[in-house]
Design a protein around this ligand. Structure first.
Ligand code: N01
Length: 537
């Protein structure tokens, strides 16, 4: 253990999109800042998730920083939906351009963060025992950073190889000549399926819940596309800021029930074939996520597409999401040739809801009924301890030694998704209680970083040493977040938005569903009223 902790104004935990922009912003205030990053390089999510086919489901022109016009003018995206390597190159470009690396410490996993009430400062200690003393502790730890995989007994004896989508070998995996089993049909599994199928001898997809997937309609940008996008970038960003999710898209302001069948199908077709992408599909009508009959129309449309695409009717039926899973209430998947892949002779689909996977043997995965699936490679695309996992993995202790993990045992409780009562001078970027994963998360990150940077600048100017959310303000916010969610269909699904994918995790809808403009208005008013709901000490 280091006796004299290194003193900083702020420690930022995580060097993904949020951590990098927060570092840049606080540096501009003249603060002494250090970023601690567990991985061996920067990039956060985009460092870890390098599985075949990994790409963002938000368009590259939106999924990028807007804070610096020169940056967005000099960087050229090559595709509508960028691949993981391209996004990682962009992150590196940003780090180099703004000379961020000198304040980032890689390979450094934070073990604990303890608040000192006498000094109003945080003692942040790494797993290696290095200690940092900082006025502010900023969690830029990401919403999807702690991989989650079923603990199959016998996996340790499996003679082949197994991988998780979020911890993928840097050298890649050679699937040629191999029998591959893929568990999970969320965004990661859906993206990987066509890529693995193209190389493996045989791919078995183990599906527990059929989810909805819509085509990305990805395209390679021509030089003219890029020039045009750059010429209109200001307008694009301005429009994106005002949409519900912070994306540049056209939201239809009609209900799916106020139009006739022909008009409804035309709109869905336009979004399926032309516009593409999940967020555009969710905005095909203004009530898809709040009105069951409207939602069901979207669900039926996708099921129709699956039945048209997949030749074998049994497989098609199995791939069709059931009616008890409303459209879009689990994160809508965005794919390229996912359903088409099940027409390949080397791909099979297994229903592991009917007959769950229960164990691994030396050479296979075995289901409850005793059926063995012989495999050379197992791929887990089984998701994450989302939204709270990375924060709770750190032993965070606030006022009176209270542990954040205990405070959040019944689900995350925040004020504005930014701060937690009892944990002064600690902030969370794009975490639970904010639009976060329901939005263009880079936009949400910028919103949070800009708000927090201004808050800390004001605190410094006013001689404020401690900023703490009031318990009453937090309670009201949590209630508001829940009410907003309960007005939608989202809570019906057993999704990771609710923590339902994690055994034993409290079932609480974690992101704020009312949209970016509404959220921005609230946080702006809070600041304008002298940080209402916070105690400035
Ligand atoms: O994880 P998931 P993900 N036996 O939790 C199944 C973002 N993302 O990594 O639904 C069998 O969505 C589980 O089944 P069920 C995006 O926000 C974005 O795919 O729980 N199956 C489910 O099918 C996304 O939502 C991009 O019944 C088991 C799957 O594993 C989030 O990350 C790309 C099982 C997990 O799906 C997470 O996506 C990738 C078991 N024991 C990710 N346990 C893009 O931008 C779990 N499952 C495109």
């Amino acid at each position: 253990m280091n006796d004299t902790p290194h003193p900083y104004d702020a420690i930022i935990i995580g060097a993904g999109f949020a951590g990098l922009y927060q570092l840049h912003s606080l540096r501009r205030l003249g603060m002494k800042v250090r970023v601690l990053e567990a991985a061996q390089d920067i990039g956060g999510t985009w460092f870890w998730n390098r599985y075949p086919g990994a790409r963002c489901d938000v368009e590259s022109l939106d999924y990028s920083y807007s804070f610096d016009n020169a940056l967005q003018q000099e960087w050229s995206w090559s595709e509508r939906y960028a691949t993981q390597p391209e996004i990682l190159r962009y992150v590196h470009h940003v780090a180099d351009r703004f000379d961020l690396r000198r304040d980032i410490q890689l390979g450094t996993r934070v073990a604990s963060a303890v608040f000192n009430e006498a000094t109003s400062r945080w003692l942040i200690t790494t797993q290696a025992g290095e200690a940092f003393d900082a006025q502010y502790c900023i969690m830029a730890t990401g919403c999807l950073s702690i991989p989650q995989a079923p603990q199959f007994p016998g996996l340790e004896n499996f003679k082949g190889h197994w991988y998780h989508s979020a911890d993928w070998p840097h050298e890649g995996v050679d699937f040629r000549g191999k029998r591959v089993g893929l568990i999970g049909t969320g965004s990661s599994g859906v993206q990987m399926t066509p890529e693995i199928a193209a190389h493996a001898d045989h791919l078995t997809v183990f599906q527990r819940t059929a989810n909805y997937s819509v085509p990305a309609q990805n395209e390679v940008f021509t030089p003219e596309d890029v020039a045009q996008a750059k010429a209109n970038y200001g307008g694009r960003r301005a429009r994106a800021r005002e949409t519900h999710t912070g994306h540049y898209l056209i939201a239809n302001d009609k209900s799916a029930m106020e139009v006739n069948d022909e008009e409804r199908t035309k709109e869905f077709e336009f979004r399926w074939r032309g516009a593409g992408g999940g967020f555009r599909m969710l905005r095909a009508f203004n009530d898809l996520m709040v009105n069951k009959p409207s939602n069901e129309k979207a669900g039926e449309f996708v099921r129709g597409k699956i039945r048209q695409t997949v030749i074998d009717p049994v497989t098609a039926n199995l791939l069709c999401p059931k009616e008890d899973l409303p459209f879009g209430t689990k994160r809508l998947c965005v794919d390229t040739d996912y359903y088409e892949t099940f027409n390949r002779p080397n791909v099979s689909l297994v229903d592991v809801k009917a007959d769950p996977l229960v164990q691994a043997t030396a050479t296979s995965l075995r289901t409850q009924s005793g059926k063995d699936y012989p495999l050379d490679i197992i791929v887990f695309a089984t998701g994450f301890d989302a939204m709270t996992g990375a924060v709770k993995a750190i032993d965070v202790r606030g006022r009176g030694g209270q542990r954040l993990a205990d405070t959040w045992a019944g689900g995350p409780r925040t004020y504005l998704g930014l701060a937690v009562a009892g944990f002064p001078n600690m902030f969370i970027l794009a975490g639970p209680g904010s639009p976060s994963v329901l939005s263009n998360v880079v936009h949400s990150i910028e919103l949070h970083v800009d708000w927090l940077t201004q808050c800390l600048a004001n605190a410094r100017a006013g001689g404020v040493k401690s900023i703490e959310a009031l318990q009453s303000a937090q309670d009201q916010w949590v209630e508001h977040v829940n009410e907003a969610a309960n007005r939608t269909l989202y809570p019906i699904a057993n999704s990771w938005y609710l923590g339902a994918n994690m055994p034993g995790k409290a079932r609480v809808f974690m992101p704020y569903v009312a949209g970016i403009p509404a959220y921005r208005k609230i946080v702006t008013e809070v600041a304008d009223k002298g940080y209402e709901g916070f105690v400035l000490g």
